[in-house]
Design a protein around this ligand. Structure first.
Ligand SMILES: Cc1ncc(COP(=O)(O)O)c(C=O)c1O
Length: 411
């Protein structure tokens, strides 16, 4: 056989989280619990179609199937931008926002990275480092490395994962060269569940501004964290409105509207002038044209239909409360279960952390044991998606963790 032109292509192992879901789906056990993938499930363990989304789909059912504009559905872009920065914000009124519809949060990060790469190349012909937290969402490093950025991690949590490592964060920001890019989780840090307080965000913002750094806000959980979108958008708005820092925001509607498969998000740059915004937006248009020509319509129409209608917007606000409250209740249920069983370990952080995830602090062999013996699937790092818990399985999960911890720690 002639040698293949692909002979030097390496085998890349499958993504661990998607692999875990595959294993979970293939497991016939009735006891199985999926705490791996970060998708919200209702109290019956089923995917939840938000009532606001159900109603929005009804409203758009006669929509045609024509191409969207290159930058995306215009009503989606306007409404999502207003949602993000606030309707009456100066950055919108002054025409300083450049935006495009994106393929969910991941697509928005990719697009933001591509634009920043081009911007750095054109301005200085040097490529800045992208700083990401350690730990972070498993895709961050490869998204930015694939564009060509050097990526550097900094310790985000204390060594025992008992909280944010503000000292290291401050030091990293202070020592980073001007124009360095920092990927911040706007709310509900994945996976640690530790977010800076408002005061800490202010301190972070001051350094970012003073040092001429560039923030990318990964905004995958706005509204899901506290149950209120505006509250969760605090850091973004503080940087943009109060500090006047140029920023990128990569907004996903996967979690907040339950539109995981629709791949709908927004990539927005808050810039310092309308002239710059116009240039950035023209570059976005050219980038989208070469990469996907124009984005998919369905998810954008759903989001626009929700945001355009006062009643649906109010319904969505309620749906966000439902999701965030259920997650908080499950945090407490797991914590109380472990405490009641007297499970060795410090579990208080389960209730202190924010958002969909927490890291339990289990050893790899314990994680594997839970998977093999009890059909409970969590990431190797013992990161669990709290949204996979419900009244029907939380006691079982607590008991299995209890048995596993006792078994392994008595060895
Ligand atoms: C921190 C973070 N950023 C971005 C994403 C991207 O999600 P999507 O591309 O589905 O919007 C996720 C998804 O889990 C995430 O946890």
């Amino acid at each position: 056989m002639s040698s293949s032109i692909f002979s030097a292509v390496p085998y890349i192992p499958p993504d661990p989280i998607f692999e875990l879901t595959k294993q979970y789906n293939a497991n016939p056990s009735l006891l199985k619990v999926n705490l791996g993938q970060g998708t919200y499930k209702d109290e019956n363990g089923e995917p939840w179609i938000l009532p606001a989304v159900r109603a929005a789909k009804e409203k758009i059912r006669t929509a045609n199937h024509e191409y969207l504009p290159i930058l995306g559905l215009t009503s989606f872009r306007s409404r999502a931008t207003e949602l993000l920065f606030g309707q009456d914000s100066d950055v919108i009124k002054d025409g300083r926002v450049a935006s495009c519809q994106a393929l969910s949060g991941t697509g928005a990060l990719h697009t933001a990275g591509k634009i920043l790469y081009r911007a750095a190349q054109a301005a200085r012909n040097t490529i800045p480092t992208v700083y990401i937290t350690n730990p972070s969402w498993s895709n961050h490093r490869q998204v930015f490395e694939s564009i060509g950025f050097p990526v550097q991690e900094f310790e985000y949590t204390t060594a025992d994962n008992s909280g944010l490592n503000m000292g290291c964060l401050t030091q990293t920001l202070t020592q980073a060269p001007a124009h360095s890019i920092f990927v911040f989780h706007a709310s509900a840090h994945n996976p640690s569940g530790w977010d800076p307080t408002a005061e800490q965000w202010k301190a972070i913002g001051e350094i970012v501004k003073a040092k001429g750094l560039f923030p990318i806000f990964d905004a995958a959980y706005l509204g899901m964290t506290s149950g209120d979108f505006d509250t969760d958008a605090f850091a973004i708005r503080y940087f943009v409105h109060e500090l006047g820092v140029e920023s990128a925001v990569c907004l996903s509607f996967a979690k907040s509207l339950g539109l995981y498969g629709e791949r709908i998000g927004l990539c927005a740059f808050a810039t310092s002038s309308s002239t710059i915004a116009t240039a950035v937006q023209s570059t976005l248009a050219q980038l989208i044209r070469v990469e996907i020509s124009n984005p998919p319509a369905f998810g954008a129409r759903v989001v626009a239909a929700v945001l355009e209608d006062e009643d649906l917007r109010a319904e969505w606000a309620q749906n966000l409360v439902t999701m965030s409250e259920r997650i908080k209740a499950m945090r407490w249920a797991l914590y109380e279960g472990l405490v009641e069983l007297g499970t060795p370990g410090n579990w208080k952080r389960i209730t202190e952390q924010k958002g969909m995830f927490c890291i339990l602090g289990l050893r790899l062999e314990e994680v594997l044991h839970l998977r093999e013996k009890y059909h409970i699937y969590m990431a190797d790092s013992s990161r669990v998606s709290i949204a996979g818990l419900n009244a029907g399985n939380v006691r079982y999960v607590a008991e299995c963790i209890d048995r596993t911890v006792r078994e392994f720690r008595s060895r």
